[in-house]
Design a protein around this ligand. Sequence first.
Ligand SMILES: [Zn+2]
Length: 186
Amino acid sequence: MTKLLFLLPFQAKAALLQGEVPVGCLLVYDGQIIGKGKNGVNFTKNATRHAEMLAIEEALDWCKNRNVAYKEVFARTDLYVNVEPCIMCAGALRISGLRRVVYGCSNERFGGCGSILDVASDQRTTDSQPVLQCVPGIFAETSVQLLKEFYRGQNPNAPNPKVKKAHDIQDIPLPSLEGVQMKDPT
Ligand SMILES: [Zn+2]
C-alpha cells in the first residue's frame, strides 16, 4: 500500500509539466488504486476538472465495471492528494461518501477541509452526510515546492518565462518514502 503512494507526487508533477496547477491524487480501496487524477483545468478550459473530480469519475467507472455499489466501496476508500481539496472537491468527496482524505499542504485560497471553509465536517449540511475525515501532512514539502514553481511561472513580474519547460522543472526532487508514516485505515 505504502509503495503505491509513491505515485502521488508524480501525478502532481505531471500536471505541472502540462502547465497546470500541480495537484494530483489517488483513490485507494483495499490496497489498490481505483481512481487517479491530475489537475486538467487549463487543458480542458473547464474550471471543474480538478484532480479529485477526475479520480472520482475513474473510481465510479471501476465500480460500474465490477458491478459493485460505489457507496459500499467509497465508504472504505481513502483519497491521497498533495494539496488540501478545494471547497468544490471537499463537497463532492463528502457527498460521494468517501471515508478519508490524506493531503499534503494547506490550500490557503480555496481549502475545503478547514483552511477557508470546513465543508468536510461542517455539521450544518445534512444528517445523511457523514463527516469526511481530513488528515494533513503527506508529501507536504514537495507539494509546496511544486506550487511555488507553478506560481513563479505564472507571475508576469517574475524573471522566468510564463510557460515552464519540462527541462526547467525536472530537477525538483521527488520525495523518498523514507520516514513517511501512514496509519492503516481504521
Ligand atoms: Zn478542487
